[in-house]
Design a protein around this ligand. Structure first.
Ligand code: AMP
Length: 482
């Protein structure tokens, strides 16, 4: 058994006219690599049977030519999985695939259910055996059961009635590929048109990579069914809610800047967040510099807004990144994380020495990065180091699919801003307000998931408070009535 909570991942599905799906899926997974580096997998269908290959590590390491050649068929789905500390194990690599009485099923999941145990217990009572304690297998089993006495659309609807939480799914049932977005639209999912087919992907950058056109975001609660010959798609609005719960952190940190999510280009949103930082808490230093790469768009917006106001803070690259070092987060121990920051970033002395500096990053989680970088810039001769953060203080864990940290590990959960400022050793520290985040995302606060910065979640989670009128679905063992 492995534990699979808080998986932030990337999903894709394609249906093509007359071309093998394996390579387009492989390229799409490359485009989604930032969403998960622990494992990668593809499942295809050739009209008769399903083929699958999953491997550990980066997309480029998980497949070789022979693996791709063996993935026959012009329809398929793919997955990249984010590493969570501890379990490194092929049993939780995806897509999850099963064969059962009414066909074969493949499933890729980004997100996290908050009622996994309820649904698993109900299914186990009916004789379903599980090989993992992850939520993806639970969704697959529930769907397989519903497919025994219903068509795919009805089966998905019944499963959506039972599961509670965040999920962007690509599913392959025999040679039919579908995409589903959770009723609150927490995790992103979009549809693209290719010269010879259609694609459903976590982010539009994957569509661009395949020379396709973004058609639109999948709507919250919507099911998209691709025609197996790539000629089109049908959509079904299976669940409707009054409010969405889009994850603001996708825009702040997680998604690629060149992706469009829920109608907004992520790069422009980050630039606007940077402008808002200047407006809320600008400090007239000689230079503003990003923590590469995540802070770059914020620092650009900050410098622009300062120039508009006549202050003229110069944008400068003050830290050089070694691009071969992985994201610091995946380091299991604090010591390894600290070493990784130093391995990853080195100051460019001439832009720092003798100058006052504003350093911009998208977020502070444990505080490891900020703490080290403030020291690094001072050692390189910075006269002052002011820290500006493009998100509000993260004070609570994420249950919806972003691997964040526990409350004990979150620096802002136990300290107020002044304490964090002195812990990281900055001359000043300011975060962005929640209202500024909502304004930059052009969404109302009520339609965002802000759980990690407010401690109030749009879902019914054990031991946490909710910001809306939601209740976990009752999970009895019979399928819901249609
Ligand atoms: P920390 O060093 O723990 O304060 O983490 C903050 C740094 O990690 C920032 O530079 C962020 O860009 C980055 N970051 C924020 N959230 C995540 C996440 N969920 N996974 C990986 N990196 C993250």
């Amino acid at each position: 058994m492995h534990s699979g909570p808080r998986e932030k991942c990337g999903v894709v599905g394609v249906a093509l006219d007359d071309r093998a799906a394996a390579r387009p899926l492989y390229y799409a997974l490359y485009a989604l690599q930032h969403r998960g580096q622990e494992s990668a997998g593809i499942v295809t269908h050739d009209g008769f049977q399903q083929h699958d290959h999953v491997g550990m590590g980066l997309v480029g390491d998980a497949f070789d030519e022979a693996d791709l050649d063996g993935l026959n068929g012009s329809v398929g789905i793919g997955h990249v999985r984010y590493p969570t500390a501890g379990s490194v194990d092929t049993s939780c690599a995806q897509p999850f695939s099963v064969s059962f009485k009414s066909g074969s099923l493949g499933l890729s999941h980004n997100g996290n259910l908050v009622n996994t145990a309820d649904v698993r217990d109900a299914l186990a009572a009916q004789g379903h055996a599980f090989t993992s304690d992850g939520d993806t297998e639970v969704i697959a089993h529930d769907l397989a059961r519903n497919l025994l006495d219903g068509d795919l659309v009805r089966a998905v609807r019944r499963t959506m009635d039972r599961i509670h939480g965040s999920y962007a799914l690509t599913i392959m049932h025999d040679d039919t590929v579908v995409g589903v977005r959770d009723p609150e639209g927490n995790r992103p999912l979009c549809i693209g048109e290719l010269p010879d087919g259609y694609v459903i992907a976590s982010e539009s950058a994957a569509i661009d990579t395949l020379d396709g056109e973004l058609v639109r975001d999948v709507r919250p609660g919507e099911l998209v069914v691709l025609e197996a010959d790539g000629s089109g798609y049908e959509t079904y609005q299976l669940v409707e809610r009054d409010r969405t719960a889009h994850c603001f952190f996708e825009h702040v940190y997680f998604a690629r800047p060149d992706s469009v999510i829920d109608g907004s280009l992520v790069y422009e949103t980050r630039r606007d967040l940077g402008r808002a930082l200047w407006e809320e808490s600008g400090v007239d230093t000689d230079v503003v510099m990003p923590v590469p790469d995540s802070g770059r768009a914020f620092a650009t917006g900050y410098a622009e807004a300062s120039q508009d106001s006549g202050a003229d803070v110069e944008f400068a690259e003050g830290l050089m990144k070694n691009r071969y070092v992985g994201r610091t987060f995946i380091m299991p121990t604090q010591d390894a994380r600290e070493r990784a920051v130093r391995l990853k970033l080195n100051p460019i002395r001439s832009t720092v020495e003798g100058r006052t500096v504003t350093l911009i990053d998208d977020s502070i989680v444990r505080g490891t990065t900020s703490n080290q970088l403030v020291d690094l810039l001072r050692d390189a001769g910075a006269e002052e180091v002011h820290l500006r953060i493009g998100a509000p203080p993260i004070t609570a864990p994420c249950y919806m699919g972003i691997d964040m940290a526990t409350r004990e590990e979150l620096i802002a959960a136990g300290e107020d801003v002044a304490d964090v400022e002195s812990t990281v050793g900055a001359d000043s520290l300011a975060y962005l307000s929640v209202d500024a985040v909502a304004a930059a995302l052009t969404e109302s606060r009520a339609d965002l998931c802000l759980g990690c910065v407010t401690g109030e979640y749009p879902y019914d989670i054990d031991g946490e408070t909710t910001d809306r009128d939601v209740r976990r679905p009752g999970v009895d063992t019979a399928p819901a009535d249609d």
